[in-house]
Design a protein around this ligand. Sequence first.
Ligand code: AMP
Ligand code: MG
Length: 529
Amino acid sequence: MSCNFNLSNLPHLQVRDAGAHGMGTFASLQWLSRFLDETPGDEEVGGRPRQVPKACWSRVNPTPAPTPQLVMWSNEMAAQLGLDRPDGSILGGGSIVEGMDPYAQRYGGHQFGNWAHQLGDGRAITLGEVQLEGEVLELQLKGAGHTPYSRFADGKAVLRSSIREFLCSEAMHHLGVPTTRALSLVTTGEPVLRDVLYDGNPAPEQGAVVCRVAPSFLRFGSFQIHSASGDVSTLRTLVDHTIEHHFPNHSVHDDVARVAWLTHIAEQTASMITHWMRVGFVHGVMNTDNMSIHGLTIDYGPYGWLEDYNPGWTPNTTDASTRRYRYGQQPQIGGWNVARFLEAMVPLMDEPESLHQVLDAYISALDEHHNNMWATKLGLDVFTALDEPLIQDLNSLLQEVETDMTIFFRLLCSIESPHIDSLRDAFYDSSTVPTDEWNAWLQRWWSRTEGSPNRSIMRKSNPKYVLRNWMAQLAINAAEAGDFSVAERLYILLQNPYDEQPEHEEEWFQKRPEWARHQVGCSMLSCSS
Ligand code: AMP
Ligand code: MG
């Protein structure tokens, strides 16, 4: 079985010449509608809220933004698509071009452990699929108005959460973490009412729309919904479509083939989550409707980045009581989600018991990725069972006093002797650091690497720059006042997260400033977006 935790395999783009002019417009792209053509859909068109049994999608047009302005643009994604920078009209939902056939996807999901029935794209509208050389990518607007799946909500998104999605998905890509991408961010000129603290005080915020890009936005919940309603025929059709276009090396003609396909998905999920653990990312809402079938990080909501190394931390205030989606629990939750996905596949199996093999494969993949992750983070050439106590003791020590995860591991890459002094900047209060314990641990690690940890592999595993919660908040504060320069600078900084970039150290290679410690948007985020 292949386990893809490969750090030499950092972002690899099939980019057309980004400098070339006259690359193309939306109208010149080759649009496909394979999903609409091949899976059953809703007969009614438009965004009236409704249950849509036996369907995978509903046709719905985006709601045009009153005064769309294109404020952020991913040159890289645009080059991959072959697009020139347009104005904000199409990307703000104002018009469609020939070939686009917009729709919202129907799916269900387990939310915080409970089956939630029909959810679906409540505020995401796919414009269509684009045929490129060797791949097809789906373009989707997030925040472009009502769909049949909006339920009681408005189908809109605010600038704050759109900046977070744009910056983070692009940053994750450059960190080598599988993710959906962002093409653009358009402000709509329309106020959107949000109750950020859920305390009965809604306030108007600026509306925005992100255009995001992925091979597809199919989720575990896309399959669960049909299985849960006993609609095996639609389930089968969706699986056939998915295999044909997204997993061409697989088939589902017998249980052995089905298990191999599902194992592939489980392994990709394990790989994605291990990458999250490596860089200190906490998704925040790992519901099964937010688990991509491609093992991509999807649906950036109240996510956050570990600053202080605290495995119990979650940024999501909605999850504050149980902290189900806390950093340290993400690998287990991934397994729980895979199990729910496998249950949805039971109707397609001759011998459903064989699905247990897939869960076993998830656990072994996680184990293997975990070992490789620690080997790369600590510069070990191989990881053996004997290294496990070293990792466990490191994990305990990192939690003894407030310690910045990113700074600790980055400084460790350059340490010249096994002494805690050169790591002092990683601690919030260096007077409380358990110096003797740290020196003892560092000495063990130093001996293990024979005094020469593999520094180059460490520097590719331990990023110098991540989208810290307060960094995103600074970009948001400026953008809300009409200044996108901070967001732009972060976008560029985070294209090279493993490079030293000494000119940016003082500003961005820093522990969380005191003002951000209890600040909404930094230490606490709600699902209100
Ligand atoms: P999430 O867990 O944030 O990805 O979203 C859960 C469900 O709520 C999905 O079906 C979303 O489409 C839907 N949703 C979230 N925000 C909105 C909104 N502002 N308007 C309509 N639907 C929404
Ligand atoms: Mg979602």
